[in-house]
Design a protein around this ligand. Structure first.
Ligand code: UD1
Ligand code: CA
Length: 457
């Protein structure tokens, strides 16, 4: 006896009003379908099959190894999706066939396990829950407490619509019973589709079918609209943030912290509101991040301070400071104790240990040594319209405010540039380079100007 799983993911997701297949919408950085497949993997099935149709190629691309796609074309309803999968599975007599929709990412493996365990002795078991607003869901019809069928919202009479116990497209069937029930499905409903829900009514007519109640309706909430996508994402965020807080992460306001499932945090990390961490980003112990930080594929080291900043593919070293209002672009590496301050942009740049770029600068394709200071308004002119060139700034160099560093150029260790200089040649170690016209004063200028104005009348 094997456990086989069918995930239903061929539907159009009409109510999303978009070309992206519904199951590919991401929450916490992962497609809805990936979350569902995680829950499925939690019950260790012998076989997992995903029914694809709308956007089949794109959906198939995200399937993990060992999970097989079966194309349903055309898509004639959930019952037809199950028929398509069953045809691809071969002999299922005596097996347990678990059917799960691809759009319920909050489903837990424990719940699937309970459903599978409810099957022995009956032809089918199904998850049900009580929804405060059951509109849109199939209602569970019971007689004398026993499940006798499911009626779709759009096919239901007002009395049946008043039922708040709903079916959530998650079933366990004994293989032979499923095959027989699917063979009996008809399309005599409002949508002219084969409804998988009707299989429950057919089986209940000849023997008991078990309902397995789920206490928290959020867990089986499907995503059919953007409003539901946002609700489910909020619930997932709550779960993810609760887990990180339990692991020792401080959050001032967890409702306003947005973490991809792929992000890692160390105990002692501190997150202020409006922090978005995506991809492979990590935050080490005692680092303070936010308010207002968007970081993708970036590393924030122990004790670093990052606020009001955008980081993409950047590495922030131990105790380094970033922001407020900084943009760290790919290839930025800030060594321990360095600083990239207010209104500074960096790209493909290394800022050495203890070096500072505190204000209003652009550092592109630059290598800055240790303990150097880059004055306000300094710009690396790294692009000549065709190629990018490197700027190298030596240890302890002091770059005067508003220096233009026209790359390729090297500033030696301990060298100094005068404020406002356009540096086009290398500066030797320890030298001062000044490039600007001498200042001149015109004595009595203001008085002379006033006299002239008076003469003109
Ligand atoms: C379905 C159920 C309803 C249940 C609700 C929420 C039916 C007829 N209705 O309605 O009782 O309350 O889910 O769980 O089953 N799909 C296919 N092929 C198709 C059609 C759909 O693979 O031809 C897939 C979809 O991609 C989706 C799942 O089946 O993952 C459910 O389809 P959806 O259109 O969302 O069904 P609902 O109208 O929500
Ligand atoms: Ca649905």
């Amino acid at each position: 006896m094997s456990l086989r799983v069918i995930v239903l993911a061929a539907g159009r997701g009409t109510r999303m009003r978009s070309d992206l297949p519904k199951v590919l919408y991401a929450i916490a950085g992962r497609p809805l379908l990936a979350w569902v497949l995680d829950a499925v993997a939690g019950v260790s099935p012998d076989e997992t099959l995903v029914v694809v149709g709308h956007g089949a190629d794109r959906v198939t691309e995200v399937l993990p190894a060992g999970v097989r796609a079966v194309v349903q074309e055309p898509q004639l309803g959930t019952g037809h999706a199950a028929m398509t999968a069953l045809a691809a599975m071969g002999e299922v007599a005596g097996d347990t066939v678990l059917i799960v929709p691809g759009d319920t990412p909050l489903l837990r493996p424990e719940t699937l396990r309970a459903l599978v365990e409810a099957l022995p002795g009956v032809a089918a078991a199904l998850l049900t829950t009580r929804m405060p607003d059951p509109a849109g869901y199939g209602r569970v019809r019971r007689e004398g407490g026993r499940v006798v069928g499911i009626v779709e919202d759009r096919d239901a009479t007002p009395e049946l619509r008043a039922i708040d116990e709903v079916a959530v497209s998650t079933y366990a069937f004994e293989g032979t019973a499923l095959a027989a029930a699917l063979g009996g499905l008809a399309r005599d409903n409002d949508q002219g589709e084969y409804y998988l829900t009707d299989a429950i009514g057919l089986l209940a007519a000849s023997g008991p079918v078990r309902g397995v109640p789920v206490a928290d309706p959020a867990e089986v909430q499907g995503v059919n609209s953007h409003a539901q996508l946002a609700e489910v994402a909020a619930e997932m965020r709550r779960r993810i943030n609760a887990a990180w807080m339990a692991a020792g992460v401080w959050m001032l306001d967890p409702g306003r912290v947005y973490l991809d499932a792929t992000v890692t945090l160390e105990a002692g990390a501190r997150l202020y509101p409006e922090v978005h961490l995506e991809g492979s980003s990590t935050v080490a112990a005692e680092a303070e991040v936010g308010p207002q930080v968007f970081a993708v594929d970036s590393t924030i080291g122990p004790g670093a301070r990052v606020w009001y900043a955008v980081l993409r593919g950047a590495e922030v070293g131990e105790g380094a400071q970033v922001g407020p209002f900084a943009s760290l672009r790919p290839g930025t590496r800030l060594a321990a104790g360095s600083k990239v301050g207010t209104f500074v942009e960096t790209k493909n740049t290394v800022v050495g240990r203890g070096s500072k770029v505190p204000h209003l600068s652009y550092m592109g394709d630059a290598t800055i040594g240790e303990e150097a200071n880059v004055g306000a308004g300094t710009i690396t002119c790294n692009y000549d319209g065709r190629n990018k060139h490197r700027t190298v700034i030596g240890d302890r160099a002091f770059i005067g405010s508003d220096t233009m560093l026209v790359a390729p150029v090297q500033i030696g260790a301990d060298a100094v540039t005068g404020a406002g200089s356009a540096i086009t040649r290398d500066v030797p170690a320890g030298a001062l380079a000044v490039e600007r016209s001498p200042q001149r004063e015109v004595p009595g200028y203001a008085a002379k100007k006033a006299r002239k104005a008076q003469e003109k009348g």
